[in-house]
Design a protein around this ligand. Structure first.
Ligand SMILES: [Fe+2]
Length: 390
């Protein structure tokens, strides 16, 4: 944009405060993004587009903006103070998750090219993941709720690992066990690196033949991991058992009932839950509440019923990081649940579904006002991108 177009009256506005009716004169520089023309924002789609491109700030020309509709302040609303160290811990969790993905991408890439699995680097990663979950499981939950559609195997591996550690911690398992669970989760689908890419990424339902081929990822996993020195039996079991069913109809070994130990049963639950709540190019992500219903429908023939109940209690109907619609029409992210019951979290609100526009970010404490959660919202059902608010 020409420098001459800029006036000294431009106001730097964070994207969370941008509204339809504002005149955007300049956009925060985000690498490859080129904005050719300035203009009046006439729809929330344009704001969503900017959010998708990673824009954090824009410069608004107040002289050329239309009067912007303000939300009526809600008398019942209480803005909770932003949890002090939470942002810091969330940044740490974000960094750790980024490093984990980088490492897993590297190892999976090597296995894809025929190399042996090197599980060594995952030990240190597991230690740090456990430390992070111990310090603030919510920060980690929140970060991992953000997923990218194009890197399913990567995201799925990290998330199953994280879910296993979170669930294991809830069940009071010891630290050595948490570490084995974490490593097992990271490696659980390593056999998929040997499955034909067209089948792996096929949009929609697999044919019976393709499904048989897909199931072979578990035979590949046994080949890749069974004789791997330094990998514990628990970690191996997490990988080998995550498709087994209590009635013996699972694969690859058709194990039954007591043949599947606690960690194997946990792996089945975490794997299915994460697959259901992930968005893929061909399917929308399910809300955690809907995914929990499906888990229950798979008991007791497939999944362990008592363990599913415990998992639901651990995760919660509206887990931290999930999106909810409030009774006043605002949309937000479940932000803080510590010391609260599941129905009364602090919710970070940033969008009005009623007015279809972004609103000032507010931390709404549902314990201190008459607003409640109307329903869980799947991020895929929205035409806005919540990424900048995580
Ligand atoms: Fe799998």
């Amino acid at each position: 944009m020409a420098q001459t177009a800029l006036s000294s009256r431009l106001i730097k506005v964070p994207l969370s405060k941008l509204q339809v009716g504002m005149f955007v004169a300049k956009i925060d520089d985000v690498g490859s993004l080129k904005i050719v023309t300035a203009g009046l924002l006439t729809s929330s789609d344009a704001i969503s587009m900017l959010a998708r491109k990673g824009v954090q700030y824009v410069w608004v020309d107040p002289d050329r903006s239309q009067s912007v509709e303000e939300d009526e302040p809600d008398a019942a609303e209480v803005s909770a103070a932003k949890p002090g160290n939470r942002d810091l811990r969330q940044q740490k969790a974000k960094k750790l998750l980024g490093e984990a993905k980088h490492l897993i991408r590297k190892v999976l890439g090597e296995v894809f090219h025929g190399k042996e699995v090197d599980a060594k680097p995952f030990g240190e990663l597991a230690d740090r993941m456990i430390e992070s979950v111990m310090a603030d499981a919510d920060a980690f939950k929140c970060v991992s709720a953000l997923r990218h559609k194009d890197a399913y195997l990567l995201e799925h591996s990290v998330n199953v690992s994280f879910l296993l550690v979170t669930f294991g911690r809830y069940l009071n398992l010891d630290k050595a066990m948490l570490k084995d669970l974490s490593i097992g989760g990271i490696l659980h689908d390593v056999g998929k690196t040997r499955v034909d890419n067209d089948i792996l990424n096929k949009p929609g339902k697999l044919t019976a033949e393709e499904f048989e081929e897909m199931k072979r990822h578990q035979e590949h996993a046994i080949t890749l991991l069974d004789n791997l020195p330094g990998l514990s039996q628990v970690s191996k079991d997490v990988s080998f058992m995550h498709h087994e069913k209590l009635d013996g109809k699972g694969y690859p070994r058709g194990l039954k009932g007591e043949q599947i130990p606690l960690h194997g049963r946990m792996a089945c639950i975490c794997d299915i839950y994460d697959a259901l709540t992930a968005s893929r190019c061909y399917k929308e992500a399910m809300s955690p509440a809907a995914a929990c219903k499906i888990l229950l429908s798979l008991t007791p023939f497939h999944l362990d019923q008592q363990l599913v109940y415990q998992f639901i209690r651990c995760i919660g109907v509206y887990p931290v990081g999930s999106m909810v619609e409030l009774s006043d029409g605002r949309l937000g992210i479940v932000w803080d649940l510590e010391g609260r019951d599941a129905m009364h979290p602090v919710v970070k609100c940033f969008y009005s579904l009623k007015h279809k526009k972004f609103v000032d970010v507010k931390y709404v404490d549902l314990n201190r006002c008459d607003i409640n959660i109307a329903k869980a919202v799947s991020p895929c059902s929205l035409d806005i991108d919540p990424t900048p608010f995580y």
